[in-house]
Design a protein around this ligand. Structure first.
Ligand code: HEM
Ligand code: HEM
Length: 183
């Protein structure tokens, strides 16, 4: 049995956003032309702030809608590894979004998109907090990239080598209406 449409949409929209956020983040902190850097920062902060709201909604949905059970013949070690990596991914996504938001607002910098929407910063300026959040953001990104690589490897191994239907639990993002369809 597969994940429901809402869970699959949450998963694949997350992938689309993270695929933009990581390269944009890595590029904008390098020596790139100023005009490009400004655009990348505005994009990273705006999309990242939206992602903060999005990941909170995703986690709430996940708590209220536990995933379908894994096939009974999957070894216990693999089951535990999958749960551990999924939990780690959620924790890292939340950490990235929160630390990014805190780093910018406590640093006294604008989030242009939120400003345009009339959403005020949740924190006042605080250099020490901003520096701590910056360090968390930079460290968590390395762990996130490693966890995604692990997760991607496992998903492709199940999909291309084992062909045991695990990939099909999450793919495609929408559709697949049938007896196994869930919310
Ligand atoms: C999924 C969420 C996010 C991901 C994957 C992500 C990823 C990254 C990455 C890879 C970097 C480069 C860091 C480095 O090389 O040291 C970065 C930097 C940065 N990010 Fe994010 N980010 C996320 C959310 C946010 C949010 C929500 C904000 C602010 C609203 C933000 C603001 C920043 C800023 C300001 C930097 C530059 C760090 C510095 O001060 O040197 N990020 N991010
Ligand atoms: C930015 C990259 C990605 C992130 C952050 C991510 C995150 C996650 C998370 C948090 C879960 C757990 C869902 C839950 O049970 O609530 C999950 C499940 C899953 N992901 Fe990803 N994912 C990423 C990329 C991918 C890619 C590229 C694939 C396929 C090639 C993939 C395939 C799967 C599959 C098949 C599951 C379900 C596993 C199962 O049935 O237990 N993911 N992903």
């Amino acid at each position: 049995m597969g994940y429901g449409t809402v869970s699959r949409l949450f998963h694949w929209i997350t992938v689309a956003i993270v695929i933009v956020m990581i390269p944009v983040g890595l590029t904008m902190v390098e020596e790139v032309p100023r005009a490009l850097q400004d655009r990348l920062f505005i994009l990273h902060k705006g999309l990242g702030a939206c992602f903060l709201v999005f990941i909170l909604a995703r986690i709430a949905w996940r708590v209220l809608n536990p995933p379908p059970p894994l096939p009974a013949d999957l070894p216990r070690a693999q089951r535990l590894a999958a749960s551990a990596v999924h939990l780690l991914l959620y924790a890292l996504l939340l950490t990235m979004a929160v630390s990014g938001y805190v780093r910018v607002t406590a640093g006294g910098f604008p989030i242009e998109l939120f400003d345009a929407l009339g959403l005020p910063p949740a924190f006042g300026k605080n250099e020490a907090v901003a520096e701590a959040a910056k360090a968390v953001h930079a460290t968590a990104k390395t762990v996130l990239i490693a966890a995604i690589a692990l997760h991607l490897g496992a998903a492709l191994y199940h999909g291309l080598v084992l062909r045991d239907g695990i990939l099909a639990r999450m793919w495609p993002p929408v559709g697949r209406v049938g007896p196994s369809a869930r919310r």
